[in-house]
Design a protein around this ligand. Structure first.
Ligand code: HEC
Length: 123
């Protein structure tokens, strides 16, 4: 019994000395457009979504262009990845078009969604 009390005291003191251990995990910083998001779009989308060749009238080379969107309206909805057409089409494997490579990986989609959730800032 005495040992149990002692162990408990050690645990309490450790938690007190290291308060971060008791806190919930910190959220990772929001992805950065230029560093994290633009390279994915560059590699997997821009081939078909530029000024000169804009599938669905959509340009994916800048944030304002994606906010404006294409034939179906805005492609991204800042703060709401699940309402963003761009996310929806990647999610359902509609973009890039079915037989096109390279595909967007689940990790990349997660990055894009986190960026939109954080407000889709271009900074
Ligand atoms: C091989 C060419 C090609 C690639 C690569 C491609 N797209 Fe597309 N995309 C198209 C075409 C063509 C359309 C129009 C399709 C239609 O209207 O049926 C389109 C339409 C869209 C639309 C709908 C636009 C609207 O308003 O109707 C979105 C959003 C979109 N693409 C996003 C993406 C994203 C994001 C990527 C990269 C992950 C991507 N596309 C890669 C050819 C491509």
């Amino acid at each position: 019994m005495r040992i149990a009390v002692l162990l408990l005291a050690v645990v309490v003191v450790c938690a007190w000395l290291n308060p971060s251990a008791a806190e919930p995990e910190k959220k990772p910083a929001a992805p950065d457009y230029k560093r994290d998001v633009a390279p994915i779009l560059e590699m997997k989308c821009n081939r078909c979504h530029t000024q000169n060749k804009a599938g669905g009238k959509l340009i994916t080379t800048s944030v304002p262009a994606m906010l404006k969107g294409g034939a179906s309206g805005p492609s991204i909805e800042p703060g709401s990845p699940d309402k963003s057409l761009l996310v929806e089409l990647i999610h359902y494997n509609e973009m890039p078009p079915k037989r096109e490579k390279p595909r967007v990986t689940p990790e990349e989609l997660k990055t894009i969604k986190a960026w939109i959730a954080a407000g889709a800032s271009e900074k």
